[in-house]
Design a protein around this ligand. Structure first.
Ligand code: ADP
Ligand code: ZN
Ligand code: ZN
Length: 696
């Protein structure tokens, strides 16, 4: 495919136009340009006859006092604006491939589905450099590309289940078909993805592989490079510096990258020869963008595959209930990988530790301490998982009950020790919602008491406790506070994989897809808090997190063990987890969702708003609910304040809209979204979230 309007093609099309009747010259062409502005409209520019601009071209246009880069999404012969008032486009940028029609279709779909302007959608899908006036970096000489891109270096021989999965999916190459690859942790899903790709490359096509986090999983990227030493692999995520991201994007858009490996934003990259889409850990909430165009990377990936006419593989040990329901209903083909791939490796034994019955010291039950001790004596690694960073979530005064709160949020300040900053001081109080920091008061601001106490615990405190109990152990703490630099974290994780560290204390950061061969014990603290949440998705999330964290252990011959400290050992979620019974858990959750009328049995959107006063926020939402006629089949609920109502000085609330029909809901949202902007008083910030997954 020749995407470049240059050379002979340029001259040819130019001459072709000149060949038309003379009055053609009088008939100006009008370019409808998508610009990055928060208005849901396109902007018209004149295209003079010497300029060859087509749909999909990036163009420089005057806008206000300055120039901007936009994308031509339509070319017409006239404009609603009088020609005399139209400004001419300045120039066409043809240093990158013309954006393909299929890609623009996808952008139109996303813009209309998620109710955001097309200009913003298109701009958000391009790396910053492609929307700037700065010229693109020079085409780099590919480091790889040695003339044999199809060379495949196979890993272990697939077991029967893997072989079946591969055979089934490969048979559908060239047609759209969604698969759910439901493989337990360690079942070798990555090997399946890898073995699908040679056929894609041999057919001259490209594979798109989406993962939740790529900076944290260098093992995965390394595995792909090892398997395809000759192929161009483009890696795409938001933390890449500008030039690297631009190059990777161009490689994909030119069709030169055989494999595009990236986070959710990679799904927005043009790929002219897309032949396979993989979404690894499809259930991961990070596939949903939480600002601007609030798209689901997973859902967009399915759309993408549909347009390209290729299979899409959703891989996970714990499918989202949406996906599981789609598989149950036969819309996705279910392929199970029920065994661990490494011969002899089995799923860990999962047990609950009853906190009501056992002696607990500093948050650690005796059973957990003894289990860690046993691992230390055998030279194996343990992981203590607590999904809360900092030292303690509350600093309070025992005398009067005061607790340190954030001035700008309805939230407690979290006590952090200063150890990670190499300072001697006790540390700081930090707000995990707005980022505010304060010094620790010497005395209680209410009663003057000097004895302020940290309550509860986070990773830092658990680390301190473990260091006291096991003074000779090498303890590594992994959370966002000591892992600000991705490279650093990746190195630490690799080190752990090689056996560095005896006891790991960490948050969710440790849960994602790492292979730690020597890890045989996982202790889970504070899981119960998620069970008490008001969010109907919290049980689903907790199950996925615990299955994933637990799945870090016992990935080789030594058996793994997971200990969950809880006050509710009889809770059905923990019971299912002990039996490794995802299907049972999903069935009971889905039954509940169905009877309560929650997704995936209905479709939802949330209108969220914030203002400095809660009354203003609520009034806006109430008025919004009456703004346009609500069609039959759509239900609007009353506004509800967020659990953390005030954040960074704004009082937040939302209302939920539901329908059992996606089409009906979409039609309503389009009307509503057109009417909303004019109805919002100044000082109210609002947005729509379609298929929301976060409610606080
Ligand atoms: P998952 O992504 O399903 O959790 P991985 O793809 O990371 O699992 O595989 C887990 C481990 O099993 C890896 O070390 C991988 O090399 C190994 N493995 C995968 N398939 C096989 C196989 N067929 N035989 C032996 N080992 C395998
Ligand atoms: Zn006090
Ligand atoms: Zn705050």
């Amino acid at each position: 495919m020749d995407n470049f309007p240059e050379g002979r093609k340029f001259i040819h099309s130019f001459a072709h136009k000149r060949g038309y009747a003379g009055n053609f010259l009088l008939q100006m062409r009008v370019l409808r340009v998508a610009l990055e502005v928060p208005v849901a409209k396109l902007f018209d520019y004149l295209c003079d006859d010497a300029m060859v601009a087509e749909v999909g071209d990036r163009v420089v246009v005057p806008f206000g006092a300055r120039e901007r880069v936009g994308v031509v999404v339509e070319v017409g012969a006239s404009s609603a604006v009088a020609n005399a008032r139209l400004k001419p486009a300045t120039r066409v940028l043809n240093d990158a491939p013309r954006l393909p029609a299929e890609w623009l279709d996808q952008m139109r779909f996303l813009s209309s589905y998620y109710q955001r302007p097309l200009g913003e959608t298109v701009a958000g899908a391009l790396p910053p450099r492609l929307r700037s006036l700065k010229p693109l970096p020079k085409k780099r000489k590919p480091a790889q590309e040695n003339g044999a891109p199809e060379r495949f270096v196979p890993g272990p021989t697939p077991n029967a289940a893997q072989a079946q999965a591969i055979e089934r999916i490969v048979a559908t190459l060239g047609t759209f078909r969604p698969f759910l690859l439901h493989g337990i942790t360690g079942s070798g899903k990555t090997e399946v993805y890898l073995r699908l790709i040679p056929g894609v490359i041999a057919g001259g096509q490209q594979a798109l592989v989406l993962v939740p986090e790529i900076g944290l999983t260098p093992q995965l990227e390394a595995r792909f490079r090892q398997a395809f030493p000759g192929a161009r692999i483009a890696v795409l995520h938001s933390a890449l510096e500008d030039t690297a991201r631009t190059h990777a994007w161009l490689d994909a858009a030119r069709g030169e990258a055989r494999i595009v490996l990236g986070t959710r934003l990679a799904v927005l990259t043009p790929m002219p020869r897309l032949g396979l889409v993989v979404v690894d850990e499809e259930h991961d909430p990070s596939f949903k963008q939480q600002e601007g165009l609030r798209y689901s990377g997973r859902d967009a990936a399915i759309q993408r595959a549909k347009r390209a006419g290729c299979p899409v593989v959703l891989g996970t040990a714990t499918p989202s209930l949406e996906t599981w329901q789609n598989a149950r209903a036969g819309r996705y083909e279910l392929i199970p990988l029920p065994e661990r791939a490494v011969p002899g490796a089995r799923l860990p034994t999962v047990r609950t530790v009853d906190l009501r019955a056992e002696a607990v010291e500093q948050g650690l039950a005796k059973t957990a301490i003894e289990a860690v001790r046993a691992r230390l004596s055998r030279g194996e690694q343990s992981l203590v998982f607590i999904n809360r960073r900092g030292y303690a979530p509350v600093l309070s005064c025992e005398a009067c009950g005061w607790a340190a709160g954030c001035r700008r949020c309805s939230a407690r300040l979290v006590l952090h020790t200063a150890a990670e900053r190499g300072r001697e001081s006790w540390g700081r109080l930090r707000c995990h919602h707005c980022g505010a920091e304060e010094a620790i008061p010497r005395t209680c601001p209410t009663c003057g008491n000097v004895d302020l106490k940290p309550l509860g615990r986070g990773t830092q405190r658990v680390e301190e406790t473990l260091a006291g109990v096991f003074p000779d152990a090498r303890i590594l703490r992994i959370d966002r506070d000591n892992s600000r630099k991705r490279g650093e974290l990746a190195r630490t994780l690799e080190g752990i994989g090689r056996g560095e560290g005896d006891i790991l204390v960490g948050t969710q950061l440790l849960a994602k897809g790492h292979d730690f061969p020597n890890l045989t014990l996982v202790c889970v603290l504070n899981a119960d808090s998620a069970l008490l949440s008001t969010d109907y998705r919290s049980a689903e999330r907790l199950f996925a997190t615990l299955a994933q964290v637990g799945g870090r252990s016992g990935r080789r011959e030594q058996a793994g063990e997971v200990l969950i400290q809880t006050r509710f050992p009889g809770h059905p979620m923990y019971q299912s987890l002990q039996r490794h019974d995802y299907a049972g858990f999903a069935a009971s959750e889905l039954a509940e969702r169905e009877s309560a009328g929650f997704p995936p049995f209905v479709f939802e959107a949330a209108l969220r708003a914030e203002a400095t006063e809660l009354a203003v926020t609520i009034a806006f939402l109430k008025a919004a609910a009456r703004l346009v006629p609500v069609p039959e089949g759509v239900r609007i609920y009353d506004p509800v304040a967020h659990v953390i109502t005030r954040r960074a000085g704004y009082e937040r609330a939302q209302l939920v809209v539901q329908s059992s029909s996606r089409v009906t809901l979409q039609a309503f949202l389009a009307d509503w979204n057109a009417a909303l902007p004019a109805s919002a008083p100044s000082g109210v910030r609002w947005h729509l979230d379609v298929d929301p997954i976060e409610f606080d």
